[in-house]
Design a protein around this ligand. Structure first.
Ligand code: GLN
Length: 314
């Protein structure tokens, strides 16, 4: 039943890929194919389902914010991280600068670019990217995850908006170290290649309270899993988070590479991929897949949502 629902969801996703656009502000990302679409589900009871181009690699982009936040909480701790960033959704685009000055010098949450750059600056050590990569490999259950150097260099060259925010935050003492080093770390974390299967692994570990469902080993503390999932629910789809929560209701984090990481509490992790984006930077095909799955498998966080309810307005 899950495999059938997944295949149907991917074919529904395929029908909308033309309505979005590829990200071009990072030149290297514009090489992706908007027709690529795929998804993978991993359940807490150990089954895997996949469909379409689920093995196609893409860069994590903003999905890395879930792992860098986890790492910062593990290494620098809650008090340090949340002295730099807040706990509130912004209602603004992921790369917005405006509230840094008008609302508060601290970025409002760690899921937007400014917040993730501030969070990255908290990670201690001589080689924080190595710590990130080690953790990403552990949480995606894939030792082969690695940096896409072309995307990293492309983003480093093109990332003037992120650079502006980093220097602004340096002027406010939010970033303590060298802003260029923090930016390099942030750009590298965004440029790690994964596929939908890797995201499904991270999603199922989150769904399983931080425990690897295949071995029973705890990989992250329960409070961190809860905190990350809550941010995914409130801020994970940028300024589309409210509508996504109403209509689809699955804690999720998207990235402009076209991936979405989703975690259905105590049930499954879902990774989806399609590089065709809506104006907010969320994958058009990916969101359609999740909407279809939410309805056919009844995955909305608050329940009761199936295709049988044909009279429901959403
Ligand atoms: N690396 C991207 C950026 O900084 C991440 C943004 C995203 O995925 N929304 O712009």
């Amino acid at each position: 039943m899950i495999q059938e629902a997944l295949e149907k969801a991917v074919s529904e996703g395929k029908s909308v890929t033309k309505s979005g656009k590829i990200a071009t502000y990072i030149p290297e990302l514009s090489k992706a194919n908007t027709e690529h679409i795929g998804a993978c589900i991993k359940t807490v009871s150990g089954e895997t389902y996949s469909a379409g181009d689920w093995q196609q690699p893409f860069t994590m982009q903003s999905i890395s914010k879930t792992i860098s936040l986890t790492l910062a909480l593990q290494t620098a701790g809650y008090d340090k991280v949340f002295s730099k960033v807040g706990l509130e959704p912004t209602g603004d685009s992921f790369n917005s600068i405006v509230k840094l000055e008008t609302r508060n010098p601290n970025p409002l949450n760690p899921m937007i670019n400014a917040g993730a750059i501030a969070t990255a600056s908290c990670i201690p050590g001589d080689d924080p990217f190595k710590l990130f990569l080690d953790l990403a490999r552990k949480l995606c259950l894939n030792e082969n995850i690695s940096l896409n150097t072309e995307v990293f260099l492309s983003e480093k060259r093109a990332g003037m908006r992120n650079r502006s925010m980093a220097y602004w935050m340096k002027s406010e003492n939010i970033i303590e170290g060298d802003p260029e080093e923090t930016l390099d770390l942030y750009f590298k974390m965004c440029s790690v290649n994964v596929n939908a299967g890797d995201l499904a692994s991270w999603g199922v570990i989150l769904a399983n309270d931080g425990v690897n469902p295949y071995t029973g080993t705890r990989l992250i503390e329960s409070w961190i899993a809860r905190l990350v999932k809550t941010f995914m629910m409130t801020c994970g789809m940028y300024d589309g988070s409210g509508e996504f929560a109403i209509k689809i209701g699955i804690p999720s984090k998207s990235g402009v590479g076209g991936g979405i990481l989703s975690s259905v509490e105590a049930r499954m992790g879902i990774g989806v991929f399609n590089p065709s984006l809506d104006p907010k930077g969320n994958s058009v095909g990916g969101m359609r897949i999740l909407e279809s799955l939410s309805k056919s498998l009844g995955l909305h966080y608050f329940g009761g949502h199936t295709r049988d309810n044909l009279k429901d307005p959403i």
